[in-house]
Ligand binder design. Sequence first.
Ligand SMILES: Cc1cc2nc3c(=O)[nH]c(=O)nc-3n(C[C@H](O)[C@H](O)[C@H](O)COP(=O)(O)O)c2cc1C
Length: 452
Amino acid sequence: MNILVINGSPQKEKSVTLHYVLFIKKFLNQHDFTFLHISDFDKPNFECIKDKIIKADAIIWSFPVYFFSIPAQLKFIIEQIFDNGLDTYFKGKYASAVSTSIKLYDSMAHKYIHAISEQMGLLFFDGFSAEINDIFNKKERERLKQYALTFTDFALSKKQIHPSFSYVQKAMPPLYDAPKKASENLFQGLNNALVLYTNDFYNSETHESLYLLKQHSVKGHYINFSEEKFGFCTGCLQCGYDNKCSRNDGFDIFFKTYTTHADPLIFIIEARDLIISHKWKIFIDRIFFNGHIPMFQNKRAGIIITGTMPDYSIVVPYLELWCKAHGATLCGTVIKELSKNHFESDLSSLLSKIDTHIKNNYISPPSSESITVKHIVSSYVNLDLKPIFYADKTYYKKPFDLKSFGKSFTIHIRNFFLLLLLRIPSIRKAFYKKMVYFRTKKFSTLIDKEGN
Ligand SMILES: Cc1cc2nc3c(=O)[nH]c(=O)nc-3n(C[C@H](O)[C@H](O)[C@H](O)COP(=O)(O)O)c2cc1C
């Protein structure tokens, strides 16, 4: 079988992920492997890409997880594949994906590559998501070999694969009847907004959104990211030491200038190929110059999605995850295409929600997304990756706190004696009988004292 590996890492031949594929190649020596390093294409050579696709029996997408999805470079190539009609050459071939990451929402990236593969007509077999260092573990190398065999066996057998994504159906319309007329409210609270948008594909809808925001007195900075000439994140990690991007093109200053004092953040996002446009992904990837520090804490955010797509079940959870992982209080998402003739009213209600949050100084509690990020990243940047992500120490290094140490010490002592006592059946029975009472007693005592 001829397997075409589409290497989506900006690190090209130095890609960690590519080394996982090279390991597979060595093991599957009865098959031929061809490589397409997409970061080599400043201007994609479509004849060369087309030729390689036509000759391939199977495709392996090889990519690092970048902000819970694929790198902007790979997204750009996917846009080019559709724009140049190359998707037809993928039809009916088997496909899979290999990624490496620190396993932070890697499943979201795989879900996307699975869905977009099916939209190209590929028969997508499950992907393989490895943790960066898995290959150094014998058991994991075995697993990688088993995966490679399973995929190629399946592809050779020419078995059918039932598509997993219902991308031919639009997302559910809202169950209630939204008011057709926008409310007359003018929003006093939104004087300090950052409205960030691109207009690479869907000018009219983006412009309609901008017009409505201005009509609703949303004041602050309106920034068209399409007019900014910022390139892709190269994944060099040099920013890890001091938060300085090696590209030196001013993205860090741009980002800080417009986001530091802005609240709310309103993102008008062009959707394409089941997710966001590559230009938006450039913005998302480039924030990596800040390492793993969440950048939208104590800010309210709203998302407006423009464009036309068969399905919104990937882009909406993706963007919500992105905002929440950065610590934003996400007030809502409006999808232009689904809002249809009540877009103005939907937008108005989103603004009204943001406005009420700001008036009441309300910031939502940390989301499970932001807590997950903190826990996983913390285990890396305080240990294995500490020298690389030295700059993360300001956020991830907890100073030694005598008070909390003392508290955890007393809890350990309490647990020790309590667990000893619980070995006695009569005490255990009495304990569990009274436990709920004692737990809730604390709550009701507090409410009696403070709850007015
Ligand atoms: C810009 C950027 C964003 C990243 N985002 C994620 C992420 O969302 N989840 C994750 O688990 N790892 C993330 N990582 C870690 C990479 O996925 C990981 O280092 C990967 O092994 C790099 O592979 P490569 O050498 O093939 O490019 C990110 C790395 C960079 C540079």
